[in-house]
Design a protein around this ligand. Structure first.
Ligand code: AMP
Length: 369
């Protein structure tokens, strides 16, 4: 084994684990996955420990590894706490605990003076009605846990919708958030290692359709140095407060009054996939470096502009991508299914004109609207 080689265990075996492994192999890292089936995107990229096999699968994975990481903020806290008794888990429990509950997350933003939407936690129709009078309408009602890709959300425009909203996603703890009149959705990916090194990628712009990220422009256009610095400042406070090790992502709204935090993820993120070819060190390699105690890599862009286009639902005419010199295809080896993320295309460009020309050429991969 080379001196820097570690055995990394990943809880989950989806595309994020797959891309972590692809980034980790050149650094002689070894991977094991805790997943559900041999058809998952990571299954052939390391040793697969199946949850269904027997109760010892997780124990076997932990015994195999030097360090454990995870793919999702919905990873069980209890599991992580148990594993951490014998093996380091990065990002550690606090990052996971804060990120898996919208109320705790917003409490943390408040504590660190990171602006976010006004909010109230509600757990009954009565408390929802009261929250609406306090926050005002329009507002967005969200489940406090387990929401993703816009699921578990209800946009409240009128008071007459309150009962319907409660019966559709309620009967559980929810958060009512004031509606932010944003100009764009941005995100920032940052990385910290245990030696307290921090690195930041540039702010990117994210465009969603039906709650799912469709494409990212990196770096986001017309972002002033002050705004980038402000975002990095928020990330630094979060990374330090959480004692975070690994990648942390923050989704933001850009408004006329500045940046407003939406939510964070203690993991590599879809809005950071452009970094595979677009930055000197990808988010995946930097996550691997961070959790294995290696120095972090340069986050600068390789070309002035990049775009990441998600391939959703149907694989589509991907052969075309292979004929484009500055486009890069990443497929996750998943079955087609409506709304499912099957892969992405990264495009690098020297200027805005050529970027938009390439995006136009790939318009079959974008929603019609
Ligand atoms: P989320 O799951 O919190 O990322 O929300 C999904 C999408 O809903 C976001 O990407 C925004 O487009 C929209 N959204 C969420 N929260 C708000 C808000 N407070 N104000 C306006 N739009 C929002």
């Amino acid at each position: 084994m080379t001196p820097i080689s570690k055995r990394i265990g990943v809880l989950g075996a989806g595309q994020l684990g797959r891309m972590l492994a692809i980034a980790g192999y050149p650094l002689a890292q070894k991977f094991g996955f805790y997943g559900t089936s041999d058809d998952e995107p990571s299954a052939l990229l390391g040793h697969m420990h199946k949850q269904s096999d027997d109760v010892d699968s997780l124990v076997n994975l932990v015994e195999f590894t030097d360090v454990i990481t995870y793919e999702s903020e919905n990873t069980s806290i209890e599991q992580v706490r148990e594993i951490a008794k014998t093996t380091p888990v990065y990002p550690a429990e606090k990052s996971l605990y804060m990120s898996q509950h919208r109320g705790r997350e917003k409490g943390l933003f408040d504590q660190l003076e990171i602006p976010c939407a006004p909010y109230r936690i509600v757990d009954s129709l009565d408390s929802l009605e009261l929250a609406v009078t306090e926050i005002g309408l329009p507002a967005i009602l969200k489940t406090t846990t387990e929401g993703y890709d816009g699921k578990g959300q209800f946009v409240l425009k009128e008071e007459s919708q309150i009962k319907q909203a409660w019966s559709e996603i309620g009967n559980r703890e929810l958060v009512l958030e004031g509606f932010i009149n944003f100009q764009r959705e941005l995100s920032i990916v940052a990385v910290r290692n245990a030696n307290n090194e921090h690195v930041y990628y540039p702010l990117v712009q994210n465009v969603h359709h039906e709650g799912i990220l469709r494409y990212t422009i990196a770096p986001a256009r017309e972002v002033s140095a002050e705004i980038q610095q402000q975002a990095e400042g928020y990330m630094q406070s979060l990374l330090d407060e959480l004692d975070h090790v690994g990648v942390l992502t923050l989704e933001l709204f850009e408004t006329v009054d500045g940046l407003v935090a939406n939510e964070m993820a203690p993991r590599v993120h879809n809005s950071g996939h452009w970094t595979i070819e677009g930055a000197y060190t990808s988010q995946f390699e930097n996550h691997v470096r961070a959790i294995t105690g290696l120095p972090l890599g340069d986050t600068s862009v390789r070309q002035p502009l990049a775009a990441m286009i998600n391939i959703i639902g149907e694989t589509g005419p991907v052969e075309k991508v292979l004929t484009m010199p500055n486009a890069f295809l990443h497929l996750y080896d998943k079955e087609e299914r409506p709304g499912r993320k099957l892969g992405h295309i990264n495009v690098l460009a020297v200027d805005e004109d050529s970027l938009y020309k390439d995006i136009q050429a790939l318009s079959e991969f974008l929603p019609k609207a």
